[in-house]
Write a protein that binds this ligand. Structure first.
Ligand code: CA
Length: 367
C-alpha cells in the first residue's frame, strides 16, 4: 500500500473511531492498524448482574472475543441502568453511543412490532426451532432487514428455553377463573391475557415481590426456576404454573452498530461472530444445567406445581392468532415475517412432533 493511501485509510479509521466514541484504533504502525488494531468497545446489557445467566452471556462473548484477538479487541459489558435503562439499549446502539447491546428484542416492539419474532411470540417456536429458523431458515435475513432500519447488525445471543407460567396466589384452572385476576405480565402475552379478562399490570422487576405479597397483584410471571427462585416469589404465592406459553423460547440478541462493525478488520468480525454463536449455545446449556436443581429446591417448599388447563391454552392460542392476523393486516413487513415464521414452525412441529416428542414424552415422564 502506498504511504498516501495508508494515511488516508488510517485517518478514515480514526474518524470512524471518533464518531463511535471509543472505537479507537491506536496508531501502532501500518501493519498493526491494518490487521490487529487495539479496539475498545462498550456493550449495554438490558439485564442486571443479579440475573447472572442472561447477563453473563455478554461476558462469555466478550471474553472469547478478547481471547481470539490476543486481547486487542476488548468489549466492556455494562448492566442495565449503568449507562442506559434496559429499554433504551436498541436506540443507544442505533445512535452509536455504544457499539453493542445485548437484549430481548420484544422490549422494542413499540418501535416495530415485527421485532417480536427476533425474541419470541406466544405459542411460537422453542429455542431449538428458533435457532433453526435463524441459522438455516429465513429468520436471520428477515430480522436483518428489520434491524437495518436501526443501523444495527444482529446476532442470536442466547435463549432461556421455555419459561414457567409464573406465580399465582390462588388456583386458576379455567378461563372463567382468569377473569379479574390482577397479573403482572408484559408484552403480547399481556395483551392475550387482557383479552381473556385478566387485569394486566405493568411493574418493574424490583416492584413485583411487594405487590404480590400485599395482594396488589394476584399473580406474576418472571422466567424459570433458577431466576424465579432468587426473587423469592415462592414465599408469597404458592401455585407455580407452567408452561409460560407466552415465552416458549425467548431468544436474546446481540446488537452491533453497523458503522462500528464496518470499521473492524475482517478477523475481528469473524471473532465477534464466533463469540456470539458461542454465547448463544452457552446460555441454553447454562439454564438447562441450573434450572433442574432450582426446581427441585422449589419443590421442597410448600408450593404446588400446576399445568395450565387445556381450556386456557386453547383460548389463549386462538386469541394470539387473531391478534397476529390483525397486526399482519396493518403491516406488510410483519405479515411477511409472520408467514415465514408460521410456515417454518408448522413444518418443524410436524418433524419434532414425530421422533423427538414421542421420545421426550416417554423419557420425561414422572417417575
Ligand atoms: Ca417471562
Amino acid at each position: 500500500m502506498k504511504r498516501r493511501d495508508f494515511v488516508k485509510k488510517a485517518s478514515a479509521t480514526a474518524a470512524a473511531g471518533a464518531v463511535l466514541g471509543g472505537c479507537a484504533a491506536v496508531d501502532e504502525g501500518p501493519a498493526a492498524v491494518q490487521t490487529s488494531p487495539r479496539v475498545s468497545w462498550r456493550l449495554a446489557s438490558s439485564f442486571p448482574r443479579s440475573l447472572d445467566t442472561i447477563y453473563g452471556a455478554a461476558e462469555v462473548m466478550a471474553r472469547r472475543v478478547s481471547a481470539l484477538t490476543d486481547d486487542r479487541f476488548r468489549i466492556r459489558v455494562f448492566p442495565a441502568g449503568e449507562i442506559v435503562p434496559y429499554d433504551q439499549v436498541l436506540e443507544t446502539v442505533q445512535k452509536g453511543t455504544l457499539q453493542m447491546g445485548h437484549s430481548a428484542s420484544y422490549y422494542f416492539t413499540g418501535l416495530n412490532p415485527a421485532l417480536a419474532f427476533d425474541a419470541t411470540v406466544p405459542f411460537g417456536m422453542n429455542a431449538r426451532q428458533l435457532n433453526a429458523w435463524m441459522y438455516y431458515g429465513e429468520g436471520m435475513d428477515l430480522m436483518r432487514s428489520v434491524f437495518a432500519d436501526f443501523n444495527i447488525r444482529n446476532y442470536p445471543g442466547g435463549n432461556t428455553g421455555v419459561q414457567m407460567g409464573g406465580w399465582f396466589r390462588r388456583q386458576v384452572d379455567s378461563v372463567q377463573e382468569l377473569k379479574g385476576l390482577k397479573m403482572r405480565i408484559p408484552g403480547l402475552g399481556g395483551k392475550v391475557m387482557a383479552e381473556l379478562g385478566v387485569n394486566v399490570q405493568v411493574l418493574g422487576g424490583g416492584e413485583i415481590y411487594a405487590a404480590l405479597e400485599t395482594g396488589t397483584i394476584d399473580a406474576t410471571e418472571w422466567s424459570g426456576p433458577y431466576d424465579d427462585e432468587k426473587l423469592g416469589f415462592h414465599q408469597v404465592a404458592k401455585n407455580y404454573y407452567y408452561p409460560g406459553w407466552w415465552e416458549p423460547g425467548p431468544g436474546l440478541s446481540f446488537y452491533i452498530n453497523q458503522d462500528a462493525w464496518a470499521s473492524l478488520p475482517s478477523t475481528y468480525q469473524a471473532a465477534l461472530e464466533a463469540a456470539c454463536a458461542e454465547a448463544n449455545v452457552d446460555m441454553v446449556a447454562s439454564y438447562d444445567a441450573k434450572n433442574p436443581p432450582a426446581l427441585e429446591r422449589l419443590r421442597q417448599t410448600d408450593i404446588t406445581l400446576r399445568p395450565f388447563s387445556e381450556d386456557i391454552l386453547e383460548a389463549a392460542e386462538e386469541i394470539t392468532r387473531d391478534l397476529q392476523s390483525q397486526e399482519a393486516a396493518a403491516r406488510p413487513e410483519y405479515a411477511r415475517i409472520l408467514e415465514s415464521y408460521r410456515a417454518f414452525s408448522d413444518a418443524s412441529n410436524a418433524w419434532l412432533g414425530t421422533a423427538e416428542n414421542t421420545y421426550n414424552s416417554f423419557a420425561f415422564r414422572s417417575r
